[in-house]
Design a binder for this molecule. Sequence first.
Ligand SMILES: C[S@@+](CC[C@H](N)C(=O)[O-])C[C@H]1O[C@@H](n2cnc3c(N)ncnc32)[C@H](O)[C@@H]1O
Length: 601
Amino acid sequence: MHLSENALSLKKRIIRSSIDGVINFPPNLEFIILPYYKSLEEIPNSNSLINKINTFISRTNESSTIAILTSSLFANEICTKLNDDAHLKLWIAVKLTNPIERKSYLTDSHSALLILTRYKSSLKHTKTRIGYTYCPICKKTTKDYGGKKHLYHEFGTLVSDVWRDITVDFDNYPSEIINRLSDLFGISQYEYINVYDQREYFKPNNKETKYKIYLESNNVYLKESTLLLGDCIEQLRNIPDNSIDFCFSDPPYNLNKKYENWDDNIDTQKYFEWCDQWLSELARVLKPGHTLAVLNIPQGGIRHFKHLIGLLDYQDWIVWEGLSMPVRMIMPSHYSIICFSKGQPRELPALSRNHNSILEKNAIEIKKENYCIRSSCITKRKRLNIKDAEFTSNIWSDIHRLKHNSQRVNHPCQLPPMIMYRLISLFTNENEIVLDPFNGAGTTTLAAQQLNRKYVGIEYSEIYHGMAIKRHEELTNGINPFHKIKDDGHKVKNSRVERLKKQKYKVSKKVLQLEIKNISKKIGHIPSKEEVVSYSKYPIEYYENYFASWGEVTAAARTTGMTEFKKKINSDYEQVETQLKLFDKSNKYKTKRVDTSKTKK
Ligand SMILES: C[S@@+](CC[C@H](N)C(=O)[O-])C[C@H]1O[C@@H](n2cnc3c(N)ncnc32)[C@H](O)[C@@H]1O
């Protein structure tokens, strides 16, 4: 169930003709449904279809939004060939009602919903929340709030770019998606969602997948694992062709992150030309039949697809839903792990071997939908012998990004080890070689060592390289390299905004946020600074010194706070009524629509 603070839900209009013939649009939401293409060979005349999509988009109004639903593979093809007058705003991964089993590989569980606009400015949409789901064992929300419950909204979490609470069935009419889109884009400028169901016009071909041909060769590269210091492109040139079993890369994303000696904010074109160079090297050193996996945000993944599709064979788009905090109106949770094989992929090693170690077994299993990932609850389930996990598909929603300083060494962008345990366990066997050209503080190579794989880690920064060496020494001496570390408040964080020195506050930030909430209740609106001076028990300096911005001071007053336990509410109707009371009392929104067509999955 979702709830939207919209002006008016969009009216639905089904247009049965092919998109070729459509002309002249007032501004609306245009929604194109395409088939779910599993391979490039299945797409009937891909270039001509993409031309039609481009022509359609260029005929839409300059204030329009265009949504396109298809498979991840075809979404990549579309995005790499879009005209300049279309702006990709979001790639939403939507769960499939009927996941597609693939022989000797991960089941495909998601489709791609592209959100494009004709306008350049940021995406216009309504604030839409998704109701919480609750763990059947601890009865708490499946989302873990890490102590920040007072900042969250009682009804639900803001919609993100991974939708798992509703699903899409490509053999039927996707009514849940249409309902959500008509609320999410129920802005005053639009009246209709025009639905163009194109599945009959562009039916998939029944053609076999063709792979690139590589001669079988197994060059021997290294006997001993190694950590190399230097530029990855130079270092990769010293590695023979066809010698690495699994290449993984977590590159700098060019998002102005604060690395020790790397400029993470260069011209976009130059950045991707540089990416193409190391991607080509990785493709060269990879063994035939083996996998290269690249982690990035979806926009980066699409650009890597464009380069790699000429060199290797598309294997998968794994969605890592890196559970996020409520920032922005659509929370960015979606990281792509785009996988390419060199020629026809070998059988997934995790499926082909007949025994997985305990570490491997834990890594390749994912918590079943609706079980929470609180460690206390996981331990309890283990004790009760509850089967709460299954072999993973290609949506990973059970791995948090590292949230606490105690889990990090002094590197701004470390990965949680579980991501690497899972990838290495899935794609390699013991003693095979794992290569990471951006090894950072060593997450990949440490996980490889723990799983008895050989490794090559390349890192440009002497400091990060030194950290990785030290952690490998710890591991060799029997110490867990991912042990908790005392938070001294001096670690670099993931942004250019300086971290405030850790300090002892006279009253906690939470107390101040609750005070703001009380003031807000008393005066009936979000207080200004002057009002806080008049009404607060605490001096204004506390607010100014403890928070980075006034928006942060008042954040808690804009939410209702919540408890993680399920409330006893008798019906959807009652829940909606409760929720409506929580909204802005100023009557700013004419109607509020609740889609209750779908309850729990
Ligand atoms: C996103 S971080 C990788 C973090 C790593 N996955 C971890 O968990 O620690 C990217 C890393 O690439 C390194 N780097 C940037 N440019 C490089 C280059 N040309 N060659 C090798 N490493 C580079 C940065 O110093 C940074 O440590």
